[in-house]
Design a protein around this ligand. Structure first.
Ligand code: DOR
Length: 438
């Protein structure tokens, strides 16, 4: 045993159990109470903490290649490790886009040198232009399991239908950014009374709802697995919930910001709060929180969207949309779940942040093609040691100066949070210990 994780509560699918873990050669080799640590073993202190599978982010913008001034694979991975993530799914809206096997192989190779595992999402269409399908089979042969044109959805229903037919045959999932751009008409915030008062052009919730409804119907027609990204409207949520009740192969994620911020955050015209889809009214936030608690939303995914200060420091109209997420998401998810003392909080926390996202991304088993290990497991003997030690009672204050990310566009600067990753093992290596990167 080279590493002993000692003194915590191991959170399996049935709840927390007091146990220590021994790790050797990248795997969990022993689980039990009060393990003796060999003299040369590294001891990770987990007292007062939950020990669970490393978190998995379905939606991370790493910006490499093309916008390394905002983030790199390496800096984004460090932000992920600080947040408790053992794996992230890198979005393909880089420049150039990740729309060929060569581009996927480039990010996979860079990811192998990063401190957390980097899975790649491939683009659905060439250049994410929504016209011609990208070579999904060639990317799937490298282990890509999720495809998306994120940043925008596939607008043409015939192109999406063909993509779904192709994806179904390959056994991969399509993830959609559901906002009809024509209905959004270059809007910059949620369309409603507040956008009228602020004099900003709105993006109607209808733009999201129509696209979710259309995509659900195309998933019904084709049998393709559909993942709805960053759900933000209560009505769109209702469409997804009804589809799932019918047994359609539809999963959904919500971001920390759509769970914890509402449209009033943009009243000061601070572009930090500009995001697509936009922050919505309180009634939508409340519906999303209730669905997260009930389990009708599968996952919290960050949509970590780094932007360099010189691009974000523009007028609200001109600034690019997006906000950081990786380093604060776990605490915000725990808050949305009702806090550490809410019944079932520990199990729900790891379900929404690790187990279900791992399954959606196809990361629940190791894959020789991508070289990625297994994530989101039950922490039993023989499993890959991708695990987080999370202190659910730790109080701290988010500050933009403290971020590991290269960018600074967090909407949570100054906010008091509860819950923080104390340690993280990735592939059996300690990459975070005592809240510090090793
Ligand atoms: O606000 C957003 N920013 N939404 C997206 O879908 C893309 C993201 C980005 O890449 O900056």
């Amino acid at each position: 045993m080279r590493i002993v994780v000692r003194g915590g509560e191991v959170v399996g699918p049935d709840g927390p159990v007091r146990a220590d873990l021994g790790v050797e050669d990248g795997r969990i080799v022993v689980v039990g109470p009060d393990l003796e640590a060999p003299r040369d073993a590294q001891v990770v202190d987990a007292s007062g903490c939950w020990v669970g599978p490393g978190l998995v982010d379905l939606h991370t913008h790493l910006r490499e290649p093309g916008h390394e001034e905002a983030e790199t694979i390496e800096s984004g991975a460090r932000a992920a490790a600080r947040g408790g993530y053992s794996a992230v799914v890198a979005m393909p809206n880089t420049e150039p886009a990740l729309d060929t096997a060569a581009m996927v192989a480039f990010v996979q190779a860079r990811g192998r040198g990063a401190c957390v595992e980097v899975a790649v999402a491939g683009a659905i269409t060439q250049g994410r232009r929504g016209e011609l399908l990208a070579p999904m089979a060639e990317m799937a042969a490298l282990g890509v399991r999720l495809f998306t044109d994120d940043g925008r959805g596939v607008e043409d229903p015939l192109v999406l239908r063909r993509a779904m037919e192709y994806a179904r045959g390959l056994g991969v999932r399509l993830a959609e950014h559901c906002e009809d751009e024509r209905l959004c008409a270059d809007g910059v915030m949620h369309e409603g009374a507040l956008s009228g008062r602020l004099g900003l052009v709105g993006r109607p919730a209808l733009a999201e709802e129509l696209m979710v409804a259309r995509d659900v119907e195309l998933a019904r027609l084709t049998g393709c697995a559909l993942h709805v990204m960053h759900l933000s409207s209560a009505r769109a949520l209702a469409i997804v919930t009804a589809a799932r009740a019918e047994g359609l192969p539809v999963t959904a994620e919500v971001t920390p910001h759509h769970l914890t911020l509402d449209e009033t955050a943009v009243e000061g015209y601070d572009p930090t709060f500009k995001v697509h889809p936009p922050l919505r009214p309180r009634r939508d936030v409340d519906a999303l929180v209730a669905a997260l608690r009930a389990g009708s939303i599968d996952a919290v995914a960050t949509d970590h969207a780094p932007h360099a200060p010189e691009t974000k420091d523009r007028t609200f109209d001109e600034a690019p949309p997006g906000m950081l997420g990786l380093e604060h998401a776990a605490a915000l998810t725990l808050e949305a779940l009702g806090g550490v003392d809410a019944p079932g909080a520990a199990v729900a926390f790891f379900e929404r942040l690790s187990r279900r996202p791992a399954r959606i991304a196809g990361l629940e088993v190791a894959d020789a093609r991508s070289g990625l290990g297994a994530h989101g497991g039950a922490l039993v003997i023989g499993e890959d040691a991708n695990l987080v030690v999370f202190d659910p009672r730790r109080r701290w204050r988010a500050r933009r100066e403290d971020l590991a990310s290269r960018a600074r566009n967090t909407p949570y600067h100054g906010r008091d949070l509860t819950g923080r990753a104390r340690a993280l093992l990735v592939g059996g290596r300690v990459v975070l210990d005592g809240e510090a990167l090793t």
